[in-house]
Design a protein around this ligand. Sequence first.
Ligand SMILES: Cc1cc2nc3c(=O)[nH]c(=O)nc-3n(C[C@H](O)[C@H](O)[C@H](O)COP(=O)(O)OP(=O)(O)OC[C@H]3O[C@@H](n4cnc5c(N)ncnc54)[C@H](O)[C@@H]3O)c2cc1C
Length: 433
Amino acid sequence: MPTSKSSPSILILGAGCFGLATAHHLASRGYSNITVLDKDSEVPSRFSAANDLNKVIRAEYADPFYTDLALEAIHKWRTDPLYTPHYHQTGFLNVTSNAASRVTRDVVEKYYSSIQNHPGFSDQVRRVNGDAEIKDLVPGFTGPVEGWSGYYNKLAGYAHSANTLEAVYKACLALGVKFHLGESVGEVESLLYASSLRSGTTCIGARTRGGNVHLADKTILALGASAPTLLPSVGKQMTGRCWGVAHIQLTPEEARSLRGIPVTNVRDLAFFFEPDHETNKLKFCHMGGAFTNFAGSKQGDRSLSLPFPTISESAFIPADDERYIRQLLREVLPDLADRPLIDAHLCWIADTDDSDYIVDFVPGMGESLVVLSGDSGHGFKMIPIFGGFVETLLTEGRQIQKKWQWKRSKPSAGAAWRSGESQELASVVRAKL
Ligand SMILES: Cc1cc2nc3c(=O)[nH]c(=O)nc-3n(C[C@H](O)[C@H](O)[C@H](O)COP(=O)(O)OP(=O)(O)OC[C@H]3O[C@@H](n4cnc5c(N)ncnc54)[C@H](O)[C@@H]3O)c2cc1C
């Protein structure tokens, strides 16, 4: 832990999930000179994948390494006063519908096997098969739910992710972390480098769009799917991909009837959560193979898939996503099947081919530039412990966890646990909502 005199200056680019988690952890561990920049004028940033009503908190993974980490994170969600107000342990119902393919059923089965005999889940998991068992578990489901089968995990639920980001932001402010937000003073246009015979090339900070220069001993790039805009070399190991998200507005009475339902993932259709406590909105997402935007790459060779630069360009969902959501509604809550879908938007992640994060120094820059990326759609649940990963990196001076090292591989078509292949957005028909 550094003393206030020895504390290096830390510049964090991006106040999303990984950036805030890092700022908060380092500040609480005695790092006293931390500055965070973000392109949005407020936190939570509208560009952050985690600025959302809710995210699933669950620990079943094909890779036991992440199961153990997620259990550690869940312990914090359940006990740390910073996180407990935002965590709802409603359980996780992970099933397939009658129409699901063998491959999709097998994915759910693999998740079940990964926790069935894990000591961390004793008495927490059980199989749920067929409409009678599903309705017994969730009486609020009024549709046929015919042939739904899978399992129910009690040691899981969701967190209000936007409220969590806000709470971590406020905790950072209380610890003296400095923030510069908005297009002119917070949006980073370029990294700054210096060269010397003794140290070679190092990163010495960043310049914002408005021309402000921030110098730092260590620069930490935490831009999620936008990381390659400042560091194109990271784009060789991750791909910006997105999923469509939409809401349905419920009346207070309708919301009451669904209060406390488990996060329900019908793997071949879509997943949804209990209605949001503040807005009574139900959130839906069809998690297929996700969508790319190579056409948006500023590199002439279209080698990078990047998020759209503005919020309005991401304000839609593909027509197929709507079709899956409405099919799900017909099966589970038919009264809502024709209700308008609102707040439609694309949510962007940084996808690696093995779904492992990237938490490492950028090669060739000494210990001056760190990249935090490759969340692969499962980073939010780690927010209570993610900053610890970065502290270990800074203390060790190298990434000792092989999985999180700077990767040499090229991204493939997408992770095996996704249902379906990635599709380029330019060829997608948009839902008319
Ligand atoms: C539909 C969907 C569902 C998901 N569900 C889950 C789930 O159930 N459970 C789970 O654990 N995770 C989930 N995730 C993943 C989770 O949201 C991400 O893992 C997490 O947000 C990644 O954090 P990040 O900091 O890398 O990126 P982000 O949170 O996206 O933050 C990036 C930040 O960089 C800022 N930025 C970008 N460019 C610049 C620039 N030039 N200058 C300054 N700032 C900039 C942005 O404003 C933003 O604040 C989901 C993601 C999606 C899309």
